[in-house]
Design a protein around this ligand. Structure first.
Ligand SMILES: Nc1ncnc2c1ncn2[C@@H]1O[C@H](COP(=O)(O)OP(=O)(O)O)[C@@H](O)[C@H]1O
Ligand SMILES: [Mg+2]
Length: 139
């Protein structure tokens, strides 16, 4: 399938990645579901920090959860499915409830749930480009 649009950006530090999140929020206010792909350390959580800040949260509130895979804030629901081995019915039910709220939902490691996702969403792919450089592709 040919995406409606695709945009590729390079960032050279964490600050630029956070600023990019804010810019994407501004450009896509109606897109509530963001899937964040990319290896460990590629910048997904850093990006969510920038998004959280743009939505009025403190950056320190956004972190990679260790004992849970989802953290819910007023303006934002943050999933990190890295440690989820199997998608059980209960987890899927919770996800569907969250998606139905109409709140912004961002999902790190979305490979684990993408086949169940029927709602429109943005895909954002993060890659290491050496040192502190990252490329970030939105489609
Ligand atoms: N251009 C950049 N964009 C995002 N993070 C960067 C960048 N350059 C360096 N970093 C650092 O890389 C790390 C990215 O970690 P994190 O955001 O937790 O990645 P992920 O959630 O993808 O595993 C952070 O320590 C961040 O400060
Ligand atoms: Mg992360």
């Amino acid at each position: 399938m040919i995406p409606d649009f695709t945009m590729k950006r390079k960032t050279k530090n964490a600050r630029e990645t956070k600023a990019l999140a804010k810019q994407i929020l501004k450009n896509h206010p109606k897109h509530k579901i963001w899937l964040l792909y990319g290896d460990l350390g590629a910048g997904k959580t850093t990006f969510v920090k920038g998004l959280g800040r743009a939505l009025g949260l403190r950056e320190s509130q956004i972190k990679s959860p260790t004992f849970t895979f989802v953290v819910e804030f007023e303006p934002l629901i943050h999933y990190d499915l890295y440690r989820l081995d199997a998608l059980d019915d209960l987890t899927l039910e919770l996800l569907n409830e969250h998606l139905a709220t109409g709140k912004r939902v961002v999902i790190e490691w979305p490979e684990k749930i993408e086949r169940h996702l029927t709602l429109p969403h943005l895909k954002i792919r993060f890659s290491h480009e050496g040192g502190d450089q990252r490329s970030i592709e939105i489609s």
